[in-house]
Design a protein around this ligand. Structure first.
Ligand SMILES: [Zn+2]
Length: 376
């Protein structure tokens, strides 16, 4: 079992070669976080045999022990990523639960991940494919000294509305990246959308993206709980704040979008009507934007719910201001958070292309929103 590549995560616990189908037990590594979730590893030396892969620590994952509806993704040598089926529940004698996926015979090596991986190299490939529609610029350093970049289609101009997007405030939340990937592709292909100024910080928690950590509530601070109350507690948040202030000061208006993934089993794509920390006020635009986005989404990938209203404090271990709420309270602009399922909706397990279609829908919904706001 190998994890020595960008985004690698997974600790090998045991290999049982005695049955015809070897059984590989692994744990998703929490690393610098109180909870685990992300995993991505390669198994080699299979010699064409089928294999059973067992997740041994579901209790430690954000979302809890019930992985019954979860379909991770598999890649066999140079094939595209595909979903594997739902797991089988294993009960240990003491009452612990583990989950097993049976994988058909393939080649010598397979890669398995919690959801479709998305690393800086994947973004670079997309930007290359879009041949110059977007440029990149260095905007600061992470805590560990990696370069944060902004992706943008144009510099701001006072007569153009602007949109600022952020993704991967939590390193493992790959659905946000695939939605952003689809949005960038859709903007590049659409003349009217290109008139809007689009800036994105695609990997805010870049250190955890690259190191393969889930990045939720990591040591020392969660990137998305670092925007206040009074000052940024991480350099990544400081860089986003500086970029957003710059963009607002130079553009006709600014709309702020923060892209996330929910807990592991949620089969929905939704706007939280407020953030999770105690005392968080309702986002006044969340309901209306959420309903527009939901109804604009193609039916086969449409979410069963448009928004949720979190109970304050229900999912927040540590206090601190999230990016989207900072945009409303500190920057005084409209903002939303979008949570995109790792799995799909109630009928369908999302493909990479499905995530991109959600991104295209988001681009259209934002553009329509800006136009309605502008012209009444
Ligand atoms: Zn998140």
């Amino acid at each position: 079992m190998r994890t020595d590549f960008p985004g690698g995560n997974g600790l090998l616990l045991s290999v049982d070669e005695s049955p015809g189908r070897p059984v590989v037990r692994f744990a998703a590594e929490p690393r610098n976080c109180p909870q685990a979730l992300w995993f991505h590893f390669q198994l080699t030396g299979l010699g064409g045999r089928a294999v059973r892969v067992v997740l041994a620590n579901p209790e430690q994952t954000l979302g809890g022990v019930d992985w019954s509806g979860n379909c991770p993704v598999l890649r066999q040598e140079s094939q595209p990523w595909q979903r594997i089926g739902r797991p089988q529940k294993l009960q240990t004698p003491g009452g612990r639960v583990e989950w097993a996926w049976d994988i058909d015979a393939a080649g010598d090596a397979i890669e398995l991940a919690f959801c479709y991986p998305y690393q800086p190299a994947d973004l670079a490939a997309t930007l290359e494919e879009l041949s110059g529609a977007f440029k990149t610029e260095f905007v600061g350093l992470t805590l560990a000294g990696r370069s944060l970049i902004r992706v943008f289609n144009r510099l701001a101009q006072p007569h153009r509305p602007a949109v600022m997007l952020t993704a991967r405030h939590h390193g493992g939340e790959v659905p946000g990246s695939w939605v952003l990937d689809g949005l960038l592709r859709h903007v590049a292909a659409n003349g009217a959308l290109r008139e809007i100024t689009w800036w994105a910080i695609p990997f805010v928690d870049l250190d955890d993206v690259v190191s393969g950590s889930y990045g939720k509530d990591p040591f020392p601070h969660d990137c998305n709980r670092s925007y206040g109350p009074s000052a940024p507690r991480r350099p990544e948040a400081g860089a986003v704040i500086a970029e957003a202030r710059r963009l607002k000061s130079q553009a006709a208006s600014l709309f702020f979008v923060d892209l996330h993934g929910p807990s592991h089993a949620e089969r929905a794509v939704y706007l939280p009507a407020r953030s999770w920390e105690p005392g968080a006020p309702i986002n006044p635009i969340a309901h209306e934007f959420a309903e527009r986005f939901q109804s604009a989404t193609p039916e086969d990938i449409r979410s069963p719910v448009a928004f949720v209203t979190p109970r304050p404090g229900s999912n927040s271990r540590y206090p601190g201001l999230p990016a989207s709420r900072w945009a409303r309270s500190g920057l005084k602009v409209d903002s939303i958070t979008l949570e995109t399922s790792y799995q799909g909706n109630q009928h369908r397990d999302y493909t990479i292309e499905d995530y991109r279609r959600l991104g295209a829908t988001l681009a259209e919904t934002v553009a329509e929103w800006l136009s309605v706001r502008r012209h009444g």
